[in-house]
Design a protein around this ligand. Structure first.
Ligand code: AHG
Ligand code: MN
Ligand code: MN
Ligand code: MN
Length: 336
């Protein structure tokens, strides 16, 4: 058989999605064009992240975003690249970014049938120390041809048609679902192509890792406190879970997806809706977890059933292995 290094049946992300789309005879390749522009943005950010230290791309941009966070140069640069790539794709009508206070409404000559919500650079606090960061995105379709409005993105996550993230770490990996499972693609820098390396990712039903910022423990509510207690001092004689917390949602979720376990960003007294944003952090990761056989819970309901009222709305989130999330659901149910 051919040496693996020179396999010729390169399953690039574009070819993979074209295969997927061929199941929808009416599709005219719009999604493939949209995705190729998202991929372009990810390649650009990957390259910028890899030379951030050298290209003086670390540090603050001197602005503050709607989240009240000081924007890093890479936050702003990544946002600009994705907005421009998505608008120029001619396949989008509404864009929501963590870094822009208002939604972007594409001018009519360039409008398309998709709406993209995205976090151009997730884990910004880790940029300057070289720890993995990422990009997160979710995709809705417009189901009307009138003027686009925020109504087109203030929809429950269960109406998303696709979601994914790109992690800029030791390798650059793009993890995507278009509703038929979760697939991982690794960037081959020598080709500039994302190659399918992790087909049909399934999260283990149970894991032995919990991932939370223990620094907020004094502010947690009862069920979260009880759950974390159980992770550390199991009653049933099972081994204690390991704690792994990177502080970039993309990195913590990617590890959870591959190794199993649970990631939680709970509500706390200071922030009753937690910290993570519904449209471009909670929904895409919840979509992926469900597609991989896991689940995502807000403390009150299935995360994908949330109906956001504001584009930067936040929600507590508990996501990961199916059985692990079941445990925290039972603790919240007992609290009702
Ligand atoms: P962003 O950098 O896009 O603002 O997101 C940061 C988020 C998320 O990546 C991570 O899970 C969380 O902030 C970490 O928050 P704490 O530092 O409060 O634990
Ligand atoms: Mn931020
Ligand atoms: Mn983020
Ligand atoms: Mn961000």
């Amino acid at each position: 058989h051919e040496a693996d290094a020179y396999r010729t049946d390169l399953m690039t992300i574009t070819r993979f999605v074209l295969n997927e789309q061929s199941k929808y005879p009416e599709s005219r390749g719009d999604f493939t064009i949209l995705l190729s522009n998202i991929v372009l943005g990810c390649k650009f950010v990957c390259s910028a992240v890899n030379k951030a230290g050298l290209a003086k791309l670390i540090g603050l941009a001197g602005e503050t975003n709607i989240q009240g966070e000081e924007q890093k140069k890479l936050d702003v640069l990544s946002n600009d690249v994705f907005i421009k790539a998505l608008v120029s794709s001619g396949r989008t009508s509404v864009l929501v970014s963590e870094e822009d206070e208002e939604a972007t409404f594409v001018e009519s000559s360039k409008r398309g049938k998709y709406c993209v919500v995205f976090d151009p650079l997730d884990g910004s606090s880790n940029i300057d120390c070289g720890v993995s960061i990422g990009t997160i995105f979710g995709i809705y379709t417009m189901n009307h041809s009138d003027e686009p409005s925020t109504e087109d993105v203030l929809k429950p996550g269960n109406e998303m048609v696709a979601a994914g993230y790109c992690m800029y770490g030791s390798s650059c990996m793009l993890v995507l679902s278009t509703g038929t499972g979760v697939h991982g693609f690794t960037l081959d820098p020598s080709l500039g192509e994302f190659i399918l390396t992790h087909p049909d990712i399934k999260i283990p039903n149970k894991g032995n890792i919990y991932s939370v910022n223990e620094g907020n423990a004094q502010n947690w509510d009862g069920p979260t406190t009880k759950y974390v207690e159980r992770c550390k001092y199991p009653k049933d004689g099972s081994p204690a879970k390991s704690l792994r917390y990177v502080g970039s949602m993309v990195a913590d979720v990617h590890r959870t997806l591959l190794y199993g376990g649970i990631f939680l960003y709970p509500a706390d007294k200071k922030s009753p809706n937690g910290k993570l944003r519904v449209l471009y952090e909670v929904f895409p990761m919840a979509f992926l977890m469900e597609q991989a056989g896991g689940q995502a819970f807000t403390g009150k309901k299935r995360a994908l059933d949330l109906v956001p009222e504001k584009i930067h709305e936040r929600s507590p989130i508990f996501l990961g292995s199916y059985d692990d999330v079941e445990e925290i659901k039972a603790l919240y149910a007992a609290e009702e």
